[in-house]
Design a protein. Structure first.
Lengths: 524, 594, 313
């Protein structure tokens, strides 16, 4: 996703963008909401359906369009056009109805009842029923796939009538609604799901359908279904997604006018603006942090010491990082959580100011006056930041050894428990998913399964708290705990830049699920 | 391109005369490129002392610093690293890549090339098979699949790359060794009881050293390019400064600071270009200066203005004071034919006799107008039926060739185009001179083939040159020469390359044809026996001059010139059983050193 | 002849089996991490194990290989792990792009190289100097830099040609030509440097041969000697160079495909290797080996036709 901005150095000549996007960064950026406005409102030019066309470039094709196998990230441009999701997240990161016109939790947060709209139809003309939803979710729940673990707490799903779906949970899951607003919540046609064709040409009920002109793996041509219940929200009659892996090639295509919108690097901004394109800035789409995974000190004993972890946090001149490395597109931070979400606490920002002197003293106090050495995986993610990170840590006496990891082992390198720490991106999301990834004992970004009684307590309180405001407070508490205990070393939020032609608008300012609804038509 | 193609230029080379190394010193291209490389290598070696920064020292404050910023003479990159320091360190990365890639390829290629070339065919077919496997294996794939093993270390990568390059070297060495193996001196060495290893080390390695040194230069350059390419694609560790990584970073920053892109590109370009050019110089030095293109044209004439006019003459051919010279490397002309005068009357057979190097073949070629491109006719005239041929254009000469003058070469096989059937070649000649239709020409050729004594003309007509014997090939060439009933036939050692029994038959054929067609024949030969057989008159040549001429009878009976006497002595010596005392050693020595 | 071709193809098949088996063995240790990558950050030990079973990666390696092989014989190369496309059509499509690029480039290379090489070898003098300088320039200017300059000048600034992408010939010949114009230029410049020097060298060699002189003495025209005779004899070695160049271009077009955003074979192979897309890697390897075998076979057969002595059948 944000890979474009966040990797100014380029591993990505070729394939790595694909990987970064498809796999590792799937956490990135997929948070929230497709809608810059409430579902049902029109995005178009008032009355009637828009006739504009839009062509954008992405770095990687979707891995599969089988609902169970969907991945979040840029792939959503395609699958979110082909499928309807049960729920949606709006620009304020609020969960909103979508294909399900209403939803309701039981008091014990263990039963979720969803009521479908009555005007949903598949591309083959069949109406969408509760059975279809149950069929899709049941299949996802039982198929080894990226989406399967998200339904781990679902014990059963049933259709009580044509339009009502009841989801029963073994224990409360604060992330479930956001899952249903994203890839887990798509509605497929159970009759065709198991056919091989559904990986490339699935039957969905979404606003677009894949046209014959589509060339799998390189160009996806999406035609709007004018009879879709929400067709008016989609001003583009044709939406084409071209796969261009090389960033500079994509940049060239943008300048040559072959695509209408694409991501650019901050340093390309003057050039793009000179060429008459409009640049839109997203302030934060992911956070860059050093995952101090081995907090128990199994591989790297120094990391078990709070003072060492704090020292690492103090080694970075975060403001300068953002200003020089990201050319100001982003923001310094000591907390990894989405700044537009409940878990974010501005008061924490002053916790670790840049102070190499103090950091060295902390290290000396901890018994490492001569420093120590730490091995980290050199991945497609870390490569662009390795020089500055190495330097910053060297300045306080910590020597980093980077061990090159092939792109196909990027995720494994973290999960393998071979490395005590790793430089990583975390895509910004809703707090439920961020905390689960970072600090749950089974969290992907917590490979050494670190646990702390206080954390466990907080997790359980959050899960059982139905009141949103109270839950927000608990998230803040958890955040404060993680920052004070220097569980990780966040460095900065990374923003993103989109360049579009004059007549195409790019709407989201904060974080988005990338869909065609990010784009609008500029009037007159 | 493959190393093999680069370093081997089949047949293009003349043997070197001077020591290759001394020659290199005189080649400005070699001196300049070698000095450039030397300077670059020195810079690389001195890097620890002259680089202002560690290549990975990243200062946030220096990000994208302009050239000339204090401490950053060439500026800094987007990570705030000093560009000059990174360039200097990149030199070492390149050089190490080149060294590893080239030495691995050479080590494997030479070892197995020697084994495959020197030892029996079974071992060879095994090595052959393995190397063809290596060649078909997708290299980039292998490099990436093995990344967990190599940990992305460029040195390992280059090691593997060296293995992938080794088939090229293997083939060069194998071919050279197979060529050398059966040469006499190796046989001799084997007879002398040397072990295989010593033969390989002493004789074979010496022969292959030239091509290997040349290949090494290209391999070195190739390995450097590949390392840069892989680094450009982002394979490997980012902490290793390299040109490829710098180009990749600069490419991204192209619109902000094109210099970041330019520096590594220029340096990489200079290094690889220098290696290619140095490789070319090495090839010239070791394999001799390449032959220049030979334009197909009438011979060059030095003084066209002074050329003799045509004039009526009763002789068929009059060669007068003909001087032919070749330029030496220093630019001076070296005369090989020094004022030859020769007269041939219609219908008579003249023997032009001399040892090799006497200028007789040059004279013959001059008459035909087919001297090598370098040759210069300094002066003299060649008159055919009174018309001076010197100075005529290729087009004008072509009108005469085949119709008025024809030619029978010495070595039958090399004078037939291997790619066409015998018949096709003869038909082409006839059609070029007579304008007959294809079918008429074919019939004429078949008749001619029969006339020159070929048993099954049809079969020979459809045969390729390699399918017929030498004697038959010579008959074919004779048929080609007489096809258009020439007035003058120049036969250059027409029997030398043939078996003794066939020689007599060919001479008989020539004699018969001469009588039948009433041709004049100039028989160029070193063999007085042949001359005695069929010649009316004889001209003896030595060192580019005619030293004696006269009727066959006169010359044989009373040879006046000592050289003639010596040549005659030699045939007697050869032809008779030793009843006479041998010719004195002193006389022989004086004559044979030319 | 037929027997010879069949024998060569048979040997090629054995080679293809062996190479794919080696590739399979080399890849096998990474199966699990590939599955993890495919599943993304939410992967759990259970989903990983589940998908390993589903894909059959938990079976013994040789069983998997022969299973794959069995599929190949029925035309089923499997599906990409990362794009779900069936391998055979996906690889064929990529190969089509690269072949249309490489074959066009080679045809142009041959025409220019032969013209230049023959001109240099039969005229000498200035012609020779010009051709040698052109060759040297082709060697020295890195293709990568040339590609970048072309894109920036012709596509981005002048907008004369598309900056990237590929249009199939069948769709629109004019756009097809435009889409491969720049990459072809880059390949041709590199290729001509190599080929023209080769043609020049062998032509010089041929023109100095005895049979050329003999043909001259029979009154055969210069044009016929140069073109029908010398060039035909020089074509054999040139063809060998051409086939090597072809094989190299197949994989070597990688960087060019990247710069021009062409969905080609080299780029596809590189991506698949980086991602660990096992079915694609195997498919690419198999297609690649077969292609190399066929190209070498065609080279030998054509060489035999050109050079009667070299006929091996």
């Amino acid at each position: 996703m944000n890979s474009l901005l966040s990797r100014p150095r380029a591993l990505t000549r070729a394939a790595t963008a694909a990987l970064a996007v498809s796999a590792v960064l799937a956490t990135a950026a997929c948070a929230s909401s497709p809608s810059n406005e409430r579902p049902g409102e029109s995005n178009g030019s008032g009355g009637g359906l828009g006739t504009a066309e839009l062509t954008i470039a992405v770095a990687a094709p979707p891995a599969s369009l089988d609902p169970a196998q969907l991945a979040e990230g840029e792939q959503a441009f395609i699958w979110a056009s082909v499928f309807d999701t049960l729920l949606a997240v709006d620009q304020e990161n609020e969960i909103q109805p979508n294909a399900a016109e209403s939803y309701e939790y039981s008091d014990d947060l263990r039963t979720l009842t969803l009521t479908l709209r009555d005007d949903l139809t598949f591309t083959n003309g069949d109406p969408v029923t509760a059975e279809d939803v149950v069929g899709t979710l049941e299949r996802t729940r039982t198929t080894p796939s990226p989406q399967q673990p998200k339904l781990a707490k679902v014990s059963s799903i049933e259709a009580t009538d044509e339009r009502t779906v009841v989801v029963n949970l073994s224990e409360p899951d604060p992330g479930l609604l956001s899952y249903f607003a994203q890839a887990t919540g798509v509605i497929g046609d159970p009759e065709t799901l198991d056919e091989e064709s559904s990986t490339l040409r699935p039957v969905g009920s979404g606003p677009y359908t894949l046209a014959d002109a589509t060339v799998d793996g390189s160009e996806y041509v999406l035609e709007r279904r004018d009879d879709h219940w929400n067709a008016e929200a989609y001003p583009f009659k044709t939406f084409t997604v071209r796969v261009i892996q090389d960033r500079t090639a994509a940049f060239n295509a943008l300048q040559a006018g072959e695509i209408d919108a694409g991501r650019i690097q901050p340093q390309q901004r003057p050039q793009v603006e000179g060429a008459g394109l409009t640049v839109h800035e997203q302030e934060a789409i992911s956070s860059l942090l050093i995952i101090l995974a081995d907090r128990g000190g199994e591989l790297a004993p120094p990391l078990a010491d709070l003072r060492v972890r704090q020292a690492i946090n103090m080694a970075f001149d975060r403001e300068q990082f953002v200003e020089t490395l990201f050319q100001g597109v982003g923001a310094p931070t000591v907390q990894p959580f989405n700044p537009s979400e409940a878990a974010y606490n501005e008061d924490l920002e002053g916790t670790y100011d840049f102070d190499p002197e103090a950091a060295r003293e902390l290290l000396a106090d901890a018994g490492y006056e001569d420093g120590f050495s730490l091995t980290m995986p050199s991945t497609v993610i870390s490569q662009s930041f390795e020089p500055v990170v190495t330097q910053a840590l060297a300045d306080i006496g910590i020597t980093i050894q980077w061990e090159p990891v092939p792109p196909q082992n990027t995720a494994s390198s973290l999960a393998s428990k071979q490395y005590p720490a790793a430089l990583w991106f975390m895509g910004l999301n809703v707090p439920a998913r961020e905390v689960a990834d970072l600090y749950a004992p089974t969290g992907f970004l917590n490979p050494f399964n670190y646990e702390d009684p206080e954390l466990t307590e907080l997790f359980s309180s959050i899960a059982n708290e139905a009141d949103e405001a109270a839950q927000a407070e608990l998230y803040q508490e958890l955040n404060a705990f993680s920052v004070e205990n220097a569980l990780n070393a966040p460095i900065a939020y990374i923003g993103g830049l989109w360049a579009t032609t004059e007549d195409v608008d790019f709407i989201p300012e904060v974080s988005v699920l990338p869909t065609v609804r990010n784009f609008g038509v500029v009037e007159g | 391109m493959s190393i093999e193609e680069l370093s081997i230029d089949p047949g293009l080379a003349a043997p070197p005369r001077r020591s290759p190394f001394r020659k290199l010193l005189r080649d400005p291209q070699a001196v300049i490129t070698a000095s450039l490389l030397l300077v670059i290598v020195l810079l690389g070696l001195l890097t620890p002392f002259i680089a202002p920064h560690d290549p990975n020292e990243a200062q946030l404050s220096a990000i994208n610093a302009d050239p000339g910023t204090p401490g950053y003479p060439l500026g800094a990159d987007q990570n705030g690293r000093d560009i000059m320091s990174r360039l200097l360190h990149s030199i070492n990365t390149s050089m190490i890549s080149g060294l590893i890639g080239a030495s691995v390829a050479l080590a494997i290629g030479i070892t197995f090339g020697l084994i495959g070339g020197y030892f029996g065919s079974r071992l060879r077919s095994v090595t052959e098979w393995v190397f063809s496997l290596v060649m078909t294996f997708p290299g980039i794939l292998l490099l990436i699949v093995l990344m967990p093993v190599t940990k992305g270390d460029y040195r390992f990568t280059m090691l593997i790359f060296g293995v992938l390059l080794s088939p090229g070297i293997y083939r060069i060495v194998r071919n050279l060794v197979v060529g050398v193996k059966n040469e006499l001196y190796v046989d001799a060495a084997r007879v002398a009881g040397l072990s295989n290893l010593r033969i390989l080390a002493r004789h074979v390695l010496f022969v292959i050293r030239g091509p290997i040194i040349i290949a090494a230069a290209f391999l070195f350059g190739g390995a450097i390019s590949v390392q840069a390419g892989l680094a450009f694609l982002g394979v490997g560790s980012t902490l290793v400064p390299s040109f490829g990584a710098m180009i990749s970073e600069g490419f991204l920053n192209l619109y902000i600071d094109p210099m970041q892109f330019l520096w590594p590109s220029v340096l990489l370009g200079v290094i690889t270009a220098s290696l290619v050019l140095l490789g070319n110089s090495l090839r010239d030095a070791f394999e001799g200066v390449k032959l220049k293109p030979a334009k197909i044209a009438a011979p060059k004439v030095e003084q066209v203005a002074g050329r003799a006019e045509s004039r009526p003459s009763d002789a068929l051919l009059e060669v007068d004071d003909l001087v032919i010279a070749y330029p030496t490397p220093s630019g001076k002309l070296n005369e090989v034919v020094k004022g030859v005068t020769l007269r041939v009357n219609a219908g008579e057979t003249v023997g032009l006799v001399g040892e090799s190097g006497s200028g007789k073949t040059q004279t013959a070629f001059a008459i035909l107008g087919v001297l090598p491109a370098e040759a210069v006719i300094v002066r003299g005239s060649i008159r055919l039926e009174g018309r001076n041929l010197i100075g005529l254009s290729e087009r004008e000469l072509r009108q005469l060739r085949g119709r008025s003058i024809a030619y029978i070469p010495q070595e039958p096989m090399s004078n037939l185009d291997p790619s066409y059937t015998v018949g096709a070649q003869l038909v082409e000649g006839i059609r070029a001179t007579t304008g007959l239709s294809k079918r008429e020409a074919r019939e004429r050729v078949l008749a001619l083939l029969k006339r020159v004594g070929i048993q099954d003309p049809k079969r020979t007509f459809d045969s390729y040159p390699h399918q017929i014997s030498g004697g038959m090939a010579q008959r074919v060439l004779i048929a080609g020469a007489v096809a258009s009933r020439p007035k003058l036939l120049i036969a250059d050692e027409p029997t030398t390359a043939l078996d003794v029994t066939v020689q007599a038959e060919i001479l008989d054929l020539l004699r018969d044809l001469q009588a039948e067609l009433d041709m004049a024949v100039v028989l160029v030969t070193h063999n007085f026996g042949v001359v005695a057989d069929i010649c009316d008159r004889i001209a003896v040549m030595q060192n580019g001059q005619v030293v004696e001429s006269g009727t066959a009878l006169e010359v044989f009976r009373e040879p006046k010139h000592p050289y003639t006497q010596k040549l005659l002595g030699a045939i007697l010596d050869e032809a008779t059983v030793r009843t006479d005392p041998p010719v004195s050693a002193g006389a022989l020595a004086g004559g044979t050193t030319r | 002849m037929t027997l010879y071709v069949l024998r060569r193809l048979g040997a090629g098949l054995v080679l293809a089996l062996l190479v794919t088996l080696i590739t399979f063995l080399l890849l096998s240790p990474s199966f699990e991490s590939v599955v993890r990558e495919r599943l993304g950050p939410t992967a759990t030990p259970e989903t990983i194990a589940g998908m390993m079973t589903e894909l059959g990666f938990d079976r013994p390696i040789l069983v998997q290989y022969f299973d794959w092989l069995g599929g190949v014989f029925t035309g089923d190369f499997g599906r990409s792990l990362f794009t779900s496309q069936p391998v055979a059509p996906a690889v064929a499509a990529r190969l089509g792009v690269t072949l249309s690029l490489v074959v066009t480039a080679l045809l142009i290379t041959v025409v220019i190289s032969v013209a230049l090489g023959v001109w240099a070898a039969s005229r000498g003098g200035v012609a020779d100097k010009i051709s040698q300088i052109l060759s040297l320039v082709g060697y020295i200017v890195p293709g990568l830099l040339l590609a970048i300059v072309l894109v920036v000048v012709l596509a981005v600034n002048l907008k004369l040609l598309p900056a990237g992408g590929f249009t199939p010939f069948s769709e629109d010949p004019a756009r097809w030509a435009a889409s491969i114009a720049m990459p072809v230029i880059v390949l041709v410049i590199g290729g001509v440097a190599n080929m023209a020097a080769q043609v020049r060298g062998t032509m010089i060699d041929e023109l100095r041969k005895d049979y050329v002189r003999t043909l001259r003495t029979r009154g055969v025209s210069t044009t016929s000697i140069v073109i029908r005779h010398a060039l035909r004899n020089a074509a054999g070695p040139a063809l060998t160079v051409l086939s090597l160049e072809f094989i190299q271009m197949l994989g070597g077009a990688l960087i060019i495909e990247n710069v021009f955003a062409l969905p080609g074979y080299g780029q596809y192979a590189f991506n698949a290797a980086l991602q660990g897309d096992i079915p694609i890697i195997l498919g690419i390897t198999a297609f690649g080996v077969i292609l190399v075998v066929v190209v070498n076979l065609v080279t030998d057969v054509v060489n035999g036709w050109l050079n009667p002595k070299a006929r091996i059948y």
